[in-house]
Design a binder for this molecule. Structure first.
Ligand SMILES: NC(=O)c1ccc[n+]([C@@H]2O[C@H](COP(=O)([O-])OP(=O)(O)OC[C@H]3O[C@@H](n4cnc5c(N)ncnc54)[C@H](O)[C@@H]3O)[C@@H](O)[C@H]2O)c1
Length: 319
């Protein structure tokens, strides 16, 4: 048996990542129910799917027929019972807040068919944080996707102590079936592989801004020069991740690790983005304006014209 038998997927949470997982899985042939607690969330997800349709046509060469078939495989609902009652696998992508996720797992239990397996897409929390609340710990683990799923096609697979081998095999097969490179994480580890590297980079970049040491463009120029060939720096990445999620991650880990810099960064993100409704690339504005952010300009990493030297030097003048 080398197929997952997981044909019916429910994605819980229709935000940045849930919307991408749902669209991509439908594109790869899965039947997908998108569940969100609010109609507004579902409406934004549909708008995001139109954007993805264009990206899949332009970047992946998807045909009009494939896009139409993808749309036909997607169903949207705010009714939890309807959402999960026929699911082979539920991928949870609701906000990165422990209590919110725990309540969700508890409320879903009564509606789940016996065979359904569950996976959290949580970025930094652990499967063991929720396992007992799922009512089926052996059928539960983590399957963590990266933002821009169609090009950053990895899925990290992480168990908790009680996850069964079969659940891991099915989850990993499912990941392969939807075109992901599965990355096994061999221990429960906060942040998996990707965020164990990414969160410190984002936090370090944000500290430079919060403390007034540098600006988003110069931070990204620096990063993109020492990582020649990369298309993004940490501030561009923050726009992609979205400020609500960054706030949730930094405020949670700032508290857990008693890290004042992280807490200050969370506060900065809250005041300058979250409270003002600035989402990042999803809303067309973050550290950069979209489309055509300045870091994508051909001359972004070029040596500046000598006439700019004075202006640049003045930025280094101590206040
Ligand atoms: N944004 C990223 O780059 C990224 C990458 C990998 C993993 N993740 C993880 O995915 C999860 C979701 O992150 P996101 O960035 O998509 O968040 P988001 O804020 O964009 O979306 C969350 C969605 O869940 C909905 N929601 C809230 N409470 C709900 C509930 N009880 N039931 C159903 N829906 C509910 C919200 O209305 C919203 O539509 C988090 O655990 C995050 O850590 C995010």
């Amino acid at each position: 048996m080398t197929v997952s038998k997981l044909e019916n997927l429910t994605v819980a949470g229709a935000g940045v990542l849930g919307g991408q997982i749902a669209w991509h899985s439908a594109f790869k042939g899965k039947n997908v129910v998108v569940y969100n607690r609010s109609e507004t969330g579902l409406a934004s997800c549909r708008v995001a799917h139109e954007t993805y349709a264009n990206i899949y046509k332009q970047d992946l060469g998807a045909t009009d027929l494939e896009i139409e078939q993808t749309k036909q495989r997607l169903v949207f609902t705010t009714d939890l019972e309807k959402a999960v009652s026929n699911a082979d696998i539920v991928i949870e992508a609701i906000p990165e807040i422990l209590d919110v996720k725990i309540k969700f797992y508890q409320s879903m239990q009564e509606f789940l068919p016996e065979h359904t397996i569950l996976a959290t897409n949580s970025s930094t929390l652990l499967p063991s944080d929720f396992a007992e609340h799922t009512g089926r710990p052996e059928k539960f683990g983590a399957l963590h996707f990266a933002n821009l799923i169609w090009s950053m096609n990895l899925a990290e697979v992480m168990a908790h102590e009680g996850t069964s081998e079969q659940t891991l095999i099915d989850t990993t097969r499912f990941a392969v079936e939807i075109g992901m490179v599965p990355i096994p994480v061999e221990k429960e580890y906060n942040g998996y592989v990707i965020n164990a590297m990414l969160v410190p980079i984002i936090n370090a970049a944000q500290s430079l801004i919060t403390k007034g040491v540098s600006t988003p463009e110069y931070i990204d120029k620096t990063y993109m020069i020492f990582n020649r060939g990369t298309s993004l720096g940490p501030c561009g990445i923050m726009d992609i991740v979205g400020f609500k999620t960054i706030y949730n991650v930094l405020s949670y880990w700032g508290e857990v690790k008693n890290d004042q810099d992280m807490l200050d960064n969370a506060q900065y993100i809250k005041e300058n983005f979250v409270d003002k409704g600035i989402q990042g690339i999803q809303g067309g504005k973050g550290y950069y304006q979209y489309p055509n952010p300045s870091f994508q300009a051909e001359d972004f990493l070029d040596v500046p014209d000598i006439s700019k030297a004075e202006e640049i030097a003045k930025m280094a003048l101590l206040a």
